[in-house]
Design a protein around this ligand. Structure first.
Ligand SMILES: C[S@@+](CC[C@H](N)C(=O)[O-])C[C@H]1O[C@@H](n2cnc3c(N)ncnc32)[C@H](O)[C@@H]1O
Length: 284
């Protein structure tokens, strides 16, 4: 993985560094500088099985990345941008920002649409939906109300940078276990699962049609132990809760904090997360 020296935000060989083009719950944009010192300066392949908005992938810009997420509409959007970001932008240019149009577009099943339109609808709903978040009901249907925001849907320079970056990335479908299936000694994994909830019960992690519950957190911790046995390095982010610390007992822990730029509620102005660290073993 290429290492970005402290203070140098953009590697010299990238004219525009890609940034997330959608807002994503749990996005790591604000924590990136605090996370960076915990990543290795070099590794085999870089895996990110809970990609979300991609802030860490875009921020690290590793040479050889394999990413995934259980949200298929999100991955369809990455693939459509990689294929032809201008086609996605052209569809976005024709989507009006009114409540009536929002409700009409929200009601269209994404699987009925051609790839560029499906991606454009995803970005449009994220930019015009209330608080810019992705949330689905139990049937897996996007159900965020209209947000009435007057903002542009995309930055062409950034969409182009995103498409260029994705050109070097392997995208895999499915559960984190499937994405990590062939990780080997010397590879490195960043894991950012839906937050564990207080008391162990997942209340509202609706990025996908099924919540990520305590059994999934346990399955993930077991998978991390297997990665460590294989010599695969990882950093995992999660809520700093006693039961999460217990799940990862025996690993090194660190706490990272960052202030959010804007949040109306004082209790949400800072973010504090637990990191579980397993250094990468040297490649054989
Ligand atoms: C906290 S978010 C990741 C945020 C990301 N690091 C960012 O900066 O935008 C967690 C992600 O895990 C995905 N997810 C939920 N269950 C999953 C599973 N079983 N396997 C893989 N991804 C899953 C969600 O769709 C969501 O995008």
């Amino acid at each position: 993985m290429r290492h970005t020296p402290p203070g140098l935000l953009f590697p010299l060989d990238e004219p525009v560094r890609a940034k997330p083009f959608v807002k994503w719950a749990g996005g790591k944009q604000a924590l990136l500088d605090a996370l960076r010192p915990h990543f290795p300066t070099g590794c085999g392949r870089y895996f990110e099985p809970f990609l979300g908005g991609g802030s860490v992938l875009f921020g690290l810009a590793p040479d050889h990345a394999i990413v995934g997420d259980r949200n298929d509409w999100l991955l369809d959007t990455y693939e459509a941008l990689r294929e032809d970001w201008r086609a996605v932008a052209a569809v976005l240019d024709g989507l009006p920002n009114t409540k009536e149009d929002y409700l009409r577009i929200r009601a269209v099943p994404p699987e009925s649409l051609a790839p560029a339109t499906r991606a454009a609808h995803f970005i449009y709903l994220n930019k015009t939906g209330f608080r810019g978040l992705f949330r689905v009901n139990r049937a897996g249907r996007f159900n965020v109300p209209y947000g009435a925001y007057d903002r542009r849907y995309y930055d062409p320079e950034n969409l182009e940078a995103v498409a260029r970056r994705l050109g070097t990335v392997t995208i895999r479908r499915g559960d984190f276990e499937d994405v990590l299936g062939d990780a080997v000694r010397g590879d490195f994994v960043y894991l950012d699962p839906p937050y564990a909830q207080l008391g162990g019960h997942s209340d509202f992690n609706r990025y996908t049609d099924g919540p990520f519950g305590p059994a999934d957190q346990e399955r993930l911790a077991a998978r991390c132990r297997r990665l460590a046995d294989l010599g695969v390095g990882f950093v995992l982010s999660n809520h700093d809760l006693p039961w999460v610390r217990e799940l990862y007992e025996g690993f090194e822990h660190a706490v990272v904090e960052a202030r959010r730029e804007i949040n109306l509620s004082p209790s949400k102005r800072s973010i504090r997360e637990l990191l579980v660290l397993n250094p990468a073993a040297p490649e054989r």
